[in-house]
Every structure is written in structure tokens, then in C-alpha cells.
Design a protein around this ligand. Structure first.
Ligand code: PSU
Ligand code: MN
Length: 306
């Protein structure tokens, strides 16, 4: 069987030479944001990575092949109006074997990026323990993937729709460092500050790169979560966000929305209830996280080369 694992040539060359590369996911494009904001945001995130001196590797499955890095038309396929399946770690093997395509979540993207040898990743906000997760066991595979794959994942904390204290507890259990980038409290996606203290805080990209090197230098297998607050101009009001979330959660429960459909449903309802304000914030923080991740990738590549 031919390996269905295609790395874009410019990315393969960069990785072989130890130049900085940032992995980006496609679920946020296909399920997290509506058309056409999704395509525009994906392009802006890639541009932000390049501007900061790294190469973007947007990852997904197309026609039964893993694609590490997408060209313009590949990106458009994930952003198009047609339905694209959401693929988590468990879905990758069956999708490949069926010759199918799909957008990869944070969890699936981390697995594929690790196989390609990429060390830095960016998203908007990772998944975590859902509210009520102590009963439903709805805990994102993103947390497990962070424990398994050696990448630094830059994220605006975890999504505000989640149970953030339990999400942090589980990350501690899994041995995943959670490092605030120039902040000492966990951001909550649309909010700069959840009020939850972080176990570590570092001032800049080079300090984060040093922590990555030290963590992996010990032979520790996990990734690191780099918590990066949304840009101040884009952040929303906490009370307002909480009211929208309460309503979206109630509707999800009434309509029995669960499993992999829950996160896209909640994000979609928040966008509607807020008259598009959560979308603007989400797009802004995705681009800003991509930039921060590129700075970390550049600093880490310099450290490795030294
Ligand atoms: N970040 C965003 N929007 C998103 C996601 C992340 O700003 O839609 C996606 C990621 O792909 C993440 C997924 O892996 O949401 C979490 O889904 P779940 O809760 O089903 O694991
Ligand atoms: Mn889930």
C-alpha cells in the first residue's frame, strides 16, 4: 500500500533543514467558522505565520490522503459551502482506508503534525472537558492528544463553552505544561482572563522555546499548551458571553445535541445570539495565535540550531 501521507515540498524542505514550521488545523475552517469568514481567516492565519518568518502547514485529509500543507485550492476545499466531515484521532484510519476526506480537529492535527516532525501548532481554542462532562464524559480528544504528541500548541486558553477548572485539572493529570504567554491566568477564548491561575507564565517566545527544549530534553513525551489571550480590542464582556453560553447550552440539551456535533452547534449558536460578535473575536484570535506560534517556532528553530 502506498503511504497516503503528502507533505508539501516547501514544508518538507523546511523541516529537513530545521527551519520553522507551524501546523494549523482544518476543523476550525470547515466547522468552526461559517463561509466566507472561514476562508478569509485561514488565509490570514497562514499569512501571519509567513510574516513572522515561519511556514504554515495547514493539515487535513483530501481524497484519502493526509495533506501536510495545503495550496490555495486545497484550502478552498475545506472552506467551501459543502459539508466536510469532522475527523478526530479515532476517525483518521477509517477515513484514509475509505479514500475519504475531512477536516482534522486539534487532536487529529497534532497526531499528523507529530508524524511529519512539526513542533509548533496554532488553533483558536482547544477542546476540553464540556460542562456536565462529569456525567456525559464528553471530554475532547484534544487533551489526550496534547498528552501524546510533542508539540507546543498555542491557543486562547480553552473554549469558553467548556468547564475550564476541570479542563485544567485534567491537563495537570496528563502531565501537560500549561504556560501563559505574557499572562498569569488562563484565558477563556473570547475573554482575556478566566480568573483561573496558571502554573507557569513566561514573558516571550524565546522563553517558551527554552521551556519546550527543557521539557523534551528530559524525554517527556507530551506537548505543551501555550495559553495566549485574545487581542484586547477583540475580547468580549464576560457577563454577556456567559448569558449567550447558558442559552446555547440549554438549546443543545433540549435538542439532544451531543458528541462531535456539540462544539460546532454551540459555536454556531453563539455567533447567532451575539449578532456575529463572537465570530469576529474568534477570527481575530486565530490569526493572532498563528502569529504567536510562528514567533515561538522561529525561536525554537534558532535554539535547536545553536
Ligand atoms: N478552535 C476554534 N474553533 C474551533 C475549534 C478550535 O477557534 O471550532 C475546533 C478544533 O478543531 C477542536 C474542536 O479540536 O473544535 C473541538 O471539538 P470537540 O470539542 O468535539 O473535541
Ligand atoms: Mn466531545
Amino acid at each position: 500500500m502506498t503511504t497516503a501521507f503528502e507533505v508539501l515540498p516547501e514544508i518538507a524542505a523546511a523541516l529537513a533543514e530545521g527551519r520553522p514550521v507551524v501546523a494549523l488545523e482544518t476543523t476550525v475552517i470547515a466547522q468552526g467558522l461559517p463561509h466566507p469568514v472561514n476562508l478569509e481567516t485561514a488565509r490570514r492565519a497562514e499569512a501571519a505565520v509567513r510574516k513572522a518568518g515561519a511556514l504554515p502547514a495547514t493539515i487535513g485529509l483530501l481524497d484519502g490522503r493526509v495533506r501536510i500543507g495545503l495550496d490555495a485550492s486545497g484550502l478552498e476545499r475545506f472552506a467551501g459551502p459543502e459539508e466536510t466531515p469532522k475527523l478526530s484521532t479515532r476517525d483518521l484510519g477509517p477515513a484514509l482506508a475509505a479514500g475519504a476526506g475531512g477536516a482534522t480537529t486539534v487532536a487529529a492535527t497534532l497526531a499528523l503534525a507529530a508524524k511529519a516532525g512539526i513542533r509548533v501548532f496554532a488553533t483558536g481554542g482547544i477542546g476540553g472537558v464540556h460542562r456536565g462532562g462529569e456525567d456525559t464524559f464528553d471530554i475532547s480528544a484534544d487533551l489526550i492528544a496534547l498528552a501524546r504528541h510533542p508539540l507546543a500548541a498555542v491557543s486562547a486558553g480553552a473554549k469558553a463553552i467548556l468547564d475550564l477548572p476541570r479542563t485544567l485539572e485534567l491537563l495537570e493529570s496528563l502531565g501537560v505544561p500549561v504556560i501563559g504567554l505574557a499572562c498569569d491566568r488562563f484565558p477563556a477564548f473570547y475573554l482575556r482572563d478566566s480568573g483561573l491561575p496558571l502554573p507557569a507564565s513566561l514573558p516571550d517566545a524565546s522563553a517558551v522555546a527554552a521551556a519546550m527544549a527543557a521539557h523534551w530534553g528530559l524525554g517527556l513525551p507530551s506537548g505543551l499548551l501555550i495559553a495566549h489571550p485574545p487581542p484586547a480590542v477583540a475580547a468580549l464582556d464576560a457577563g454577556q458571553v456567559e448569558r449567550w453560553i447558558a442559552q446555547a447550552e440549554r438549546e443543545a440539551w433540549q435538542q439532544s445535541v451531543a458528541g462531535k456535533a456539540l462544539t460546532p452547534f454551540l459555536l454556531g449558536r453563539l455567533a447567532e445570539l451575539s449578532g456575529g460578535r463572537t465570530l469576529e473575536t474568534n477570527a481575530a484570535l486565530i490569526v493572532d495565535n498563528a502569529r504567536a506560534a510562528a514567533e515561538i517556532a522561529v525561536a525554537y528553530a534558532a535554539l535547536e540550531a545553536a
